[in-house]
Design a protein around this ligand. Structure first.
Ligand code: LLP
Length: 432
């Protein structure tokens, strides 16, 4: 039976060569997604721009690919900004996000000359206005708003609902207050608004409703404050399928629906259509990635067989955090089906947690210790959310193109785990 290939490389060989667990990214999938953004969004609408939300997955190589593909980069922390800048990513194409930005982050964004800072609240705006004035550096900003719309997704990855910690509510006084303050301050240049409804969403309804609600707010801002929104950033959140055999989620499903709603609502309200932008993360990178694990143990109990692998919630906390659903195959016989009358098979991680379940009911044939399992759709929010629980080393990331595999993030070593680990003098021993 043919092995599983990813990006033209044999996954059994990748596991043997680079070790497991291993994140494997197919560069061509990432580039194809960026091309789809260009074709179905940037080239279709005047004044459209798009950034990749780097929280989904960021290394310097990823920043390079995104730059080559003509997208901007959305960063939310000093660490993401530093990674982007050290890859030589042009600051003017970086958008600085964050719901609780530190002064250090705002200063770094101003000093780097990022293209845009998305301001999350009034307090941040005041701090930013002071910092910008002190530096005599103009900050181009968008105000993040909460559209008050709840998308169909896990509650922990919804962001645009009423009461969300992100952004300024559309109703009430906070938004007009922020607009007034932004217009008043010399070194603040308010370009427009930003919303992001949530993540891993498959149906554009919430995005469309958000657009409509935001246009209503644009109208109020125009009438009450004379402020014209020049740019509207519609966030990201587009879903990724859990297996390559499922139908592709086209960007146009969201982009067309949002643009139609925007054009119609602006026409109805008598407003000019603003420049538009979006910032997908998961949709760009998730389906490009798989994680390879080696089976360490198979435990047959009445009613359930546990397949225990050499990674788990430390390299992919998503099932434990959001009950995220994944699919897996055996890399050396990917087409083999589960035993029809077989008991439930749970693919579980090695962490000391009952909840460390990668797949509750895995459609796997009987597997043997030492075999390699591939978990699909792990390009987003795995490496970027990985931790060292149980002192596990973070896996390496390998980028594959045309069958050639290269490490773009090294596996952590046991020595890496001890970096910065100090023993106080009073407990010191010779040889520490
Ligand atoms: N823009 C903003 C302002 C965001 O907050 C996010 C994601 C994105 C764009 C990109 O969303 P995407 O296109 O990737 O759905 N850790 C969670 C996802 C959290 C997403 C947070 N914000 C997960 O693993 O599902």
């Amino acid at each position: 039976m043919p092995h599983l290939f990813w990006g033209g490389a044999d996954c059994v060989e990748l596991a043997a060569r680079f070790g497991t667990p291993l994140y494997v990214l197919d560069e061509s999938v990432i580039r194809a997604r960026c091309a789809e953004v260009r074709r179905d969004f940037l080239d279709r609408w005047p004044n459209a721009s798009a950034s990749y939300a780097s929280k989904a997955f960021l290394t310097r190589t990823m920043a390079r690919i995104v730059e080559e593909e003509g997208l901007g980069l959305d960063v939310v922390s000093l660490g993401e900004l530093h990674t982007a800048l050290s890859a030589g990513f042009p600051a003017s194409r970086i958008e600085m996000h964050g719901s609780a930005k530190s002064e250090a982050e705002l200063n770094a964004a101003l000093d780097a000359g990022v293209g845009c800072i998305v301001v999350d609240g009034l307090m941040e705006l005041e701090v930013l206005a002071d910092l910008a004035a002190r530096r005599e550096r103009r900050a181009e900003i968008l105000l993040r708003v909460t559209p008050g719309v709840a998308p169909h997704t896990h509650a922990y990855i919804a962001t645009g609902h009423q009461g969300s910690k992100f952004g300024l509510p559309l109703d009430g006084d906070l938004l007009p207050q922020a607009v007034r303050l932004a217009l008043d301050r010399e070194f603040i240049s308010l370009r427009g608004l930003h919303f992001h409804v949530g993540s891993q969403i498959f149906d554009p309804t919430a995005h469309v409703r958000s657009v409509i609600r935001v246009v209503e707010a644009m109208k109020r801002l125009r009438e009450e404050l004379g402020f014209r929104v020049l740019e509207l950033n519609m966030g990201g959140g587009f879903g990724a399928r859990s297996h390559p055999s499922e139908p592709h989620v086209p960007l146009s499903l969201f982009a067309d629906a949002m643009m139609e709603a925007l054009e119609r609502a602006c026409r109805v309200e008598g407003l000019e259509v603003p420049a538009v932008s979006m910032e997908p993360g998961r949709w760009i990178v998730s389906e490009a990635g798989i994680t390879l694990y080696r089976v360490e143990t198979v435990k047959e109990l009445p009613g359930v067989t546990y397949v225990g692998v050499d990674g788990g919630m430390a390299d992919n906390p998503r099932p434990a955090l959001y009950q995220a659903v994944y699919r897996a195959v055996v890399a050396n016989r990917p087409e083999e089906l589960p035993d029809s009358e077989g008991t439930k098979v749970s693919m579980v991680g090695k962490c000391c947690e009952t909840g460390d379940i990668l797949i509750e009911e895995a459609a796997l044939p009987p597997v043997r210790r030492g075999e390699v399992l591939a978990l699909f759709n792990t390009g987003a929010y795995t490496f970027s959310m990985a931790g060292n629980y149980n002192r596990l080393c973070r896996p390496a990331v390998v980028l594959v193109k045309g069958g050639q595999a290269e490490v773009i993030a090294e596996r952590q070593t046991l020595d890496d785990l001890l970096r910065g680990d100090r023993i106080p003098q009073r407990l010191a021993r010779r040889g520490d």
